[in-house]
Design a protein around this ligand. Structure first.
Ligand SMILES: [Zn+2]
Length: 249
């Protein structure tokens, strides 16, 4: 029995090494985490999902809006923990208030969300939150929690359908949103990145306060956002604590 266990551990070790799995430090918690997917695979998965997203939703062609999002996004990614990634920022022709991030740094913002944004610090807050999901590898972690070691095998023993299958699973998972802890981590990083990049770190809070007003008035417009995030009031409370921590430290 003991031998079998040893052999299993040995084989698992070889598989993990071959798949490029890495232990990484989570930038928000500073704790080490085992990630089964190497960075290049993560980017590849993100790219496949991005193709699915852009098949389903129309990308906005307004250069003014796209440049605005890109410019602020790049200022934030320049101060994040994964500067080596080539982050991409795109605006979607959708009226509901939402933004999301795919593994590897593909970030989308709906036109409906931009219509609610009143200044650069608010947009920096929203983008900082999405960048936080990428720097913490929340998408990849969710994918590996869902697929377990079959994700490893899929990457190692690639066949024609593999990339598509992983992309479909990742696409569904992104639509379902992240855990409460992941959302709070992303909020915390939004405050930190905004501060580092020279934006008012209260931007995300101001945006969420407006969202809370919208919840009462026209809840259907913010339905997706609310269903995939923890209660807005709780998020605002934690963000305030982070701003106090940042200004006192
Ligand atoms: Zn989020």
């Amino acid at each position: 029995m003991k031998n079998k266990l040893l052999i299993f551990c040995f084989l698992a070790g070889i598989l993990l090494a071959a798949a490029g799995c890495v232990t990484v430090t989570n930038p928000a918690t500073h704790q080490d985490e085992v990630i089964l997917v190497g960075e290049s695979e993560e980017v590849e998965i993100g790219r496949e999902v991005a193709i699915e997203v852009e098949k389903k939703y129309q990308v906005c062609r307004d250069p003014g809006l796209n440049d605005w999002v890109k410019e602020i996004g790049q200022r934030l990614t320049a101060v994040c923990e994964r500067k080596n990634l080539k982050f991409e920022f795109k605006v979607l022709e959708r009226e509901d208030v939402n933004a999301f991030a795919l593994p590897g740094g593909f970030i989308y913002v709906n036109k409906g969300l931009l219509a609610m944004v009143e200044d650069n610090s608010e947009l920096a807050g929203v983008l900082g939150h999405e960048i936080g999901h990428v720097t913490c590898r929340h998408g990849v972690k969710k994918l590996q929690n869902q697929m377990g070691y079959s994700l490893l095998f899929s990457i190692l023993f690639q066949d024609d359908d593999t990339a598509q299958r992983i992309a479909n699973t990742a696409f569904t998972l992104v639509g379902l949103g992240y855990s409460r802890e992941d959302e709070f981590q992303a909020d915390k990083l939004s405050v930190i990145y905004s501060h580092r990049a020279g934006y008012d770190p209260e931007g995300i809070m101001k945006f969420l306060q407006k969202l809370r007003q919208r919840e009462k008035g026209e809840p259907s417009e913010v339905e997706t956002f609310l269903s995939t995030h923890p209660p807005t009031s709780e998020r605002i409370k934690k963000i305030k604590q982070e701003i106090v921590r940042l200004s006192s430290g």
